[in-house]
Write a protein that binds this ligand. Structure first.
Ligand code: HEM
Length: 378
């Protein structure tokens, strides 16, 4: 059905978007930063609550058939792998040496979770086009309330929703049948174009680039960030791809050797053309160049598909608001995520009779975080 639906979305008509200039915070984390282009109104609170209510319903419905309460988005993991990130801030202007980028040559231990984005993806073969995810959790971060710095990235440079209003309309369209979805595509052509473009086929999760897609704070500026494989290697999709070939490729690659990513920030030097409240816009890389700020190393390893590590991967909570305040998420989409990720993580852990915990090392199955490796229970 989706094969028929998505092309309809590509039809072009003018989108109509409202500006929401007022300042309000309601129940979400930090005050909005209008000086960085953030806007938030009580209407956005309503939208966030609305999206959360729908998400809860969907997660509950799926759990009723599968017996396990999975993530609403990115439920299909290729695996969680041990990693580290070493900071290299020598090319970063002094004002931007904040949060985890403050100290040159500092190495943080990390976990990386690779995933497919489709909410129904657990049932779908990897060969289907999808948004792919790479979520990096740096551990033991001073100044971060959760103790972690999570960088959530997808295989798309731009996001497909403008703001809270647009996201809610897409969400309702996706769950409202073909006619509603077609109407959304016709009235929101840029969002539809971005959504279609975000869905890709890949050969190996550790051989492609991932992007923040939405905007974050970098001291006194806004930024995007990305992770790019250290060496470009051409890899083709297998001739007869199994339903989990991306996990197979991940396991095979790391059994033979290590993987490496260069991590970049892109300080926003042109806020007029790169508005925080429209992450669908392309940022000109000549005007706002990427600056390398670190290297993510994923060492050679085995055990990725062991029962304990699979449970750990399921029980992990990646959240863009697990952050140092100086690199916190920005914009309406991100502010909605503040409410939704926390609540959906809490709900699925409660539903699976497991515990929300943050790992602090590469041996999470022993000691205080051992519950992270328990089997989710019906
Ligand atoms: C309002 C917009 C969004 C909503 C409502 C939403 C919702 C969610 C939810 C509910 C989860 C599962 C959280 C959990 O149970 O622990 C999730 C995971 C994820 N989301 Fe979003 N999301 C949004 C925007 C984005 C954006 C802009 C990105 C771009 C990077 C993104 C990337 C991811 C990734 C990579 C994961 C998987 C994290 C993991 O590996 O555990 N999402 N999202």
């Amino acid at each position: 059905m989706k094969k028929l639906i998505w092309p309809i979305l590509a039809l072009t008509l003018t989108a109509c978007q409202d500006k929401l200039p007022e300042r309000s915070t309601a129940n979400l984390h930090e005050l909005p930063a209008p000086e960085l282009g953030e806007s938030w109104t009580p209407k956005n609170d309503e939208q966030a609550q609305n999206i959360l209510a729908h998400t809860r319903e969907i997660v509950n419905e799926r759990a009723a058939t599968s017996g396990v309460m999975n993530r609403d988005a990115h439920p299909k993991a290729h695996g969680c792998v041990q990693a580290s990130m070493t900071i290299d801030n020598k090319n970063l202007p002094a004002a931007h040496r904040v949060g985890v980028f403050a100290q040159n040559a500092k190495t943080f231990d990390a976990w990386v979770r690779f995933s497919n984005g489709d909410p129904d993806g657990a049932k779908k073969p990897d060969i289907e086009k999808d948004v792919r995810g790479m979520a990096v959790k740096l551990m033991n971060i001073e100044g971060s309330e959760s103790g972690s710095q999570d960088f959530l990235m997808i295989t798309s440079k731009e996001f497909f929703s403008k703001d809270g209003d647009d996201y809610l309309k897409l969400f309702n369209a996706l769950t409202g049948g073909t006619a509603r979805l077609a109407l959304y595509g016709i009235t929101h052509p840029l969002s539809a174009k971005r959504l279609l473009g975000a869905r890709v086929k890949i050969a190996n999760p550790v051989k492609v680039s991932y992007f923040s897609s939405v905007t974050y704070k970098l001291g006194n500026r806004s930024m995007r960030f990305k992770a790019e494989p250290c060496a470009a290697t051409a890899e083709t999709i297998p001739a007869n791809p199994g339903p989990r070939y991306l996990q197979e490729r991940l396991v095979q690659t790391l059994a033979k050797g290590s993987a490496c990513y260069n991590f970049y920030v892109q300080p926003n030097l042109d806020p007029q053309r790169n508005p925080v409240e429209d992450p669908r816009q392309i940022w000109d890389e000549k005007k706002s160049p990427y600056i390398k700020v670190g290297t993510i190393t994923i060492p050679q390893q085995t055990g990725i598909t062991s029962a304990a590590q699979t449970n750990f991967c399921e029980n992990l909570s990646m959240d863009p608001w697990h952050s140092h305040p100086q690199t916190r998420p920005l914009g309406q989409i991100n502010r909605m995520r503040a409410l939704i990720y926390k609540e959906i993580s809490r709900m699925r852990h409660e539903g699976n009779r497991t515990t929300v915990l943050e790992p602090v090392n590469h041996t999470p199955c022993v000691g205080a975080t051992a519950a992270l490796c328990e089997t989710p229970k019906k």
